[in-house]
Design a protein around this ligand. Sequence first.
Ligand code: OGA
Ligand code: MN
Length: 292
Amino acid sequence: MTLALTPLHPLFAAEAGGVDLKKPLDAHAIGQIEAAMDRYALLVFRDQPLDQDEQVALARQFGPLDAGLRKATGAATRFAYEELIDISNLALDGSVASRDNAKLIGVLANQLWHSDSSFQNLPVKYSMLSAVAVPAEGGDTEWCDLRAAYDALPEATRRIVEGRTARHSAFHSRMLLGDDRYTDGQMQRFPPVERPLVGVHPGSKRKLLFVGVHCDRVSGMSVPEGRLLIAELLEHATRREFVYRHTWRPGDYVIWDNRSTLHRGRRYDLSMRRDLRRTTTLERHAAPAAVD
Ligand code: OGA
Ligand code: MN
């Protein structure tokens, strides 16, 4: 197999073809996809509709899977696998969820710039999203390249961020949206995590600026000073020239690297059906935490 790559943006993101994702991938194919991921950070595969079994089997070839925040909320799932993360506006019975359904807070929080599970003390690597149903209008997803963002950082700002860490908290984005229905037990299940603001992407060896909406503090700064810095860095990292915007078609399968990109969903009419299903992989050596 030869992976065919067509760039989708001047800095990162490519459309990938020449592979059938329903079939088990051999080591050579996995190596090609991982090498392309190191270069492009985001790959779009078109016309690859997958059922639940196929989606989970595909993702497992890239590393152990993590179930994300559901480990704290324990919310029921409409899927046969706990590692399938529901990025839809659908209720358990598959109908469009009513506006007061608690799961919609997750849909809305996904519309803030973030890296999946950066609030977990786990080596999160790729997320993979499979589109089953999409609204006729709205509901695009955007990604930005944190390596390009670092490269363009003014020297004075580099000096401020170098050597500092940001604190990533699981519930910060939800609290920003006014959702504070979390018990002490749920919050303790996800203690905040410190991560360097400047990292190095292992595959491309490029430096990157690691921010996102999960950040609520910066080391060595007061809370307000830290939050202002995070807002400034996020504004910088998400300048339009660093952003690729994807308009979904059913059957799209998108893989992105959570270590070198941020993403956000865009608004759509919540009464329209949008059914996307995600898996998130960890570095190969990691052992995933189970859903309680
Ligand atoms: C995700 C996510 C955004 C969207 O799947 O992790 O943030 O557009 N999705 O649904
Ligand atoms: Mn996400």
